[in-house]
Design a protein around this ligand. Structure first.
Ligand SMILES: [Zn+2]
Length: 123
């Protein structure tokens, strides 16, 4: 009686490491697949040193500081817009309490055409 699927193995045939994932016969572990991919792309395998990690952390902290500034600017922009909306609503509400001053309806009879148009009287 043979099963149609290959029997899984525990150890990687290339490096011999026993990982948490069961591998099929002839299949290599993820680390070996990654190393093979890097070796096929460039002659040297990928090596991550402590200095590389420190550089990445330093770069990331700079990016984080910049993104914090951008977040603060975006927040300030929204708050400014909201403040302007509130100020407009308050100004509109206050305009209802202004005292109404009626405009002058007619030019009075005492006034002459000269006063109206700024001409001086001859006599
Ligand atoms: Zn392996």
């Amino acid at each position: 009686m043979s099963s149609p699927t290959p029997t899984p193995v525990d150890a990687c045939p290339r490096c011999g490491a026993v990982g948490p994932v069961r591998l099929y016969e002839g299949e290599v572990c993820a680390a070996c697949k990654s190393a093979a991919a890097w070796e096929s792309h460039s002659a040297t395998p990928l090596v991550i040193t402590r200095a590389d990690v420190d550089d990445a952390i330093a770069k990331r902290s700079g990016i984080e500081a910049r993104s914090r500034l951008m977040r603060a600017l975006r927040w300030a922009e929204g708050m400014l817009s909201l403040g302007l909306v509130v100020a407009c609503v308050v100004a509109f509400a206050l305009s209802w309490f202004l005292r109404e001053v009626p405009l002058r309806k007619t030019v009075g009879a005492a006034e002459t055409a000269g006063e109206t148009f700024g001409l001086e009287e001859a006599a």
